[in-house]
Design a protein around this ligand. Structure first.
Ligand code: ADP
Ligand code: MG
Length: 645
């Protein structure tokens, strides 16, 4: 795909003036078809998308003109003009913003090189109803014009370019578009929609105005339309003041939501938001949102993130990643600073102390709004928190490792699957767990594994099941990371069920301990012989009290890498030197008993070694590990099965 796109750009440069016909990228074609068919029931949103683009174009121009005032020139009042032509059956949205050069046009509306596009197409099912929902999530911006238009003409001139360097783009949305050099006396972009025959209602001024008021009231620049009556002058249809500068009780929930869709380029409503003006060392306004779902590339730690930065209402940059820590990369919105210089760059942001203050403030507010949802008794809010966790929990958990200053607050918001959860629901917080702890229990127990099923069925859980002690089931790669950083929660230590010399503290009873010691003595000869047979593979062999059903399991020391983490690191291409694990055997299991009878019966050493190895390999398999020599395992197992008849 990339190749075709580059070729197209080159070709376009070569024939920069002639009219030429180019093909949309395959994905654009698919997207257009899908959109035209699936967004039919919510047609009017095309207007919001086009006005949103005009507003972005004004923002970009105002930003560039900070260093190049000539770009703004005489024409300094940035605005959008919407015109209806009943005779020609057209609706035109014109702005005097940044405009586009020929290359810009090809890059921005001839291809869709947006992140997540490939994931989006992979997630399509072919089922129209489901895909219609997906497209709403993906967002299609400019192309939404084709919901109501069977032909779209865009004429644009980049600020700073001459009148004869303007471009005319036109398409019927089927698969091709034409490009042609034209004259345009003013800078900016003019999008003309040739309305489909059924869409006459968008030729009605009153209807168009009401759509603009509904979706675009918050847009910072005026959206002008001709007033009523023949000779009437133009008037602004929207309020044309930046939403975040208005007092909170002056803004309706709908307006907050529409503004979110504009800043976040999202088509769905956010879960919640916080709007605050901060005064003090740094003066700034923040309007932060939690989206209702994850973007397609959320899990990429390098994805663009952050909120839009404004300085005294002038747009400065998109994705100002310095304003929020990475684990909050799903938060969207606006920060408008009163103190930063207008010419602030990403580099300056990186070093600025002032920005640290703003970041700390934004982080606190973001955590605060999540806490509000989490602690609410209101069912709708609880539902929202669950949605937040489902979409963003995996990313949010990175915060435990990353943000030492807020570690406790973050940990408190985290939710996990536990052995007490309903099915696979991530519904258990540390506080819930503590509230359910057994008398005498002083640790928070967890197991990590590759999958939830592996965690749930881990042999290490057997003793906990027997004693009715809850265990957190952690099966996401990020879990190993933060577990390495969080030692305790509210004074209670976190303990892996697969690590160390399982000390159940007051949960274990004295008589059990005595019985175990006796069995250990009894099995000493077996243990020694197994140790010899397994050699380097194990650090030690010992009798366990973890198991009730399985014959054996592997255990690592408190400070060693868990088997799960070792596998993760290996999968990530890292070299790991892991100390050999300890093999714990279940003295009550018939296989272990059988092995013991083997030594008493004086069997051959080779056969004994086979038994020992099979036990070891089984334990490794049960915790999700991979055998060094799977074929050898199968051979040994088969020979034991045959000989045991
Ligand atoms: P998005 O706004 O999410 O980037 P769109 O499909 O709405 O996606 O627009 C694609 C791109 O086309 C924009 O990012 C912008 O670069 C360019 N564009 C669209 N409309 C305009 C306009 N009125 N003025 C300048 N550039 C525009
Ligand atoms: Mg857009």
């Amino acid at each position: 795909m990339t190749n075709t796109a580059t070729d197209t750009v080159d070709a376009a440069k070569a024939a920069a003036t002639a009219k030429e016909t180019l093909s949309f990228q395959t994905e654009v074609k698919q997207l257009l078809q899908l959109m035209i068919h699936s967004l039919y029931s919510n047609k009017e949103i095309f207007l919001r998308e086009l006005i949103s683009n005009a507003s972005d174009a004004a923002d970009k121009l105002r930003f560039e003109s900070v260093t190049q005032p000539a770009l703004l020139g005489e024409d300094a009042d940035l605005k959008v003009r919407v015109t209806v032509d009943r005779e020609a059956r057209t609706l035109t949205i014109a702005d005097n913003g940044i405009g586009m050069s020929r290359e810009d046009v090809i890059a921005n509306i001839g291809t869709i090189a947006r992140s997540g596009t490939r994931e989006f197409f992979k997630s399509l099912t072919g089922d129209q109803a489901k895909d219609a929902h997906l497209i709403g999530q993906f967002g299609v911006g400019f192309y939404s014009a084709f919901i109501v238009a069977d032909r779209v003409t865009l004429i644009t001139r980049r600020a700073g370019l001459a009148a004869n360097e303007a471009v005319r783009w036109e398409s019927d949305g089927a698969g091709e578009f034409t490009l042609e050099a034209v004259e345009k006396p003013t800078r900016g972009t003019e999008v003309t929609l040739h309305l489909k025959s059924g869409d006459d209602d968008f030729l009605d001024d009153w209807r168009v105005k009401s759509v603009i008021r509904k979706y675009s009231d918050h847009i910072q620049i005026p959206v002008l339309m001709k007033g009523d009556g023949e000779a009437a002058t133009e008037e602004a249809v929207n309020r044309a003041s930046a939403l975040w500068t208005r007092p909170r009780n002056d803004i309706s929930a709908d307006q907050y939501e529409e503004f979110y869709k504009h800043v976040a380029h999202d088509w769905e409503s956010p879960l919640t938001w916080v709007h605050a003006k901060v005064e003090g060392k740094q003066e700034y306004t923040q309007l932060l949102y939690i989206p209702g779902r994850a973007p397609f590339d959320l899990f990429d730690r390098d994805r663009k993130h952050g909120v839009k930065l404004y300085v005294r209402r002038v747009f400065i940059m998109e994705d100002a990643e310095q304003l929020l820590p990475r684990y909050l990369r799903f938060v969207k919105g606006v920060v408008d600073s009163n103190d930063l210089p207008l010419n602030v760059s990403r580099e300056i942001l990186q070093e600025s102390r002032d920005v640290d203050t703003i970041r700390a403030g934004c982080t606190k507010k973001a955590l605060g709004m999540l806490e509000e949802l989490a602690q609410s008794d209101n069912a709708a809010n609880k539902e929202k928190f669950a949605t937040f966790w489902k979409h963003f929990g995996r990313v949010f958990k990175e915060g435990i490792a990353e943000d030492t200053a807020n570690r406790d607050r973050i940990a408190k918001l985290c939710r996990f699957v536990s052995t007490a959860s309903e099915g696979d629901a991530q519904d258990t917080g540390f506080a819930d767990y503590i509230a359910r702890m057994k008398p005498g229990q002083d640790k928070l127990y967890y197991v990590t594994a590759d999958t939830l099923a592996a965690a749930r069925n881990s042999p290490h859980l057997e003793v906990f099941k027997k004693k009715g002690v809850e265990v957190l089931l952690l099966a996401e790669p990020v879990d190993e990371w933060w577990l390495g950083m969080l030692e305790e929660f509210e004074g209670k230590k976190l303990a892996s069920v697969a690590k160390g010399d399982l000390d159940l503290g007051a949960l274990a009873d004295e008589s059990e301990k005595k019985a175990q010691d006796a069995i250990s003595d009894e099995l000493k000869p077996l243990i020694e012989k197994m140790q010899t047979a397994l050699g380097e593979r194990v650090k030690a062999v010992r009798v366990t009290h973890r198991l009730t059903e399985s014959p054996a399991c592997l255990v690592v020391d408190e400070n060693e890498l868990s088997g799960n983490l070792e596998r993760l690191l290996k999968a990530a291409g890292q070299k790991v030197d892991r100390a050999a694990p300890t093999l714990e055997i279940n003295p009550d299991h018939p296989l272990v008993r059988r092995l013991e009878s083997e030594i008493k019966g004086d069997s051959e050493d080779a056969r004994f070694a086979d038994w020992a190895l099979v036990l070891f390999d089984q334990a490794l398999l049960a915790e999700g590990g991979q055998l060094d020599d799977p074929a050898g395992f199968v051979k040994r197992l088969n020979s034991l099965i045959l000989s045991s008849r």
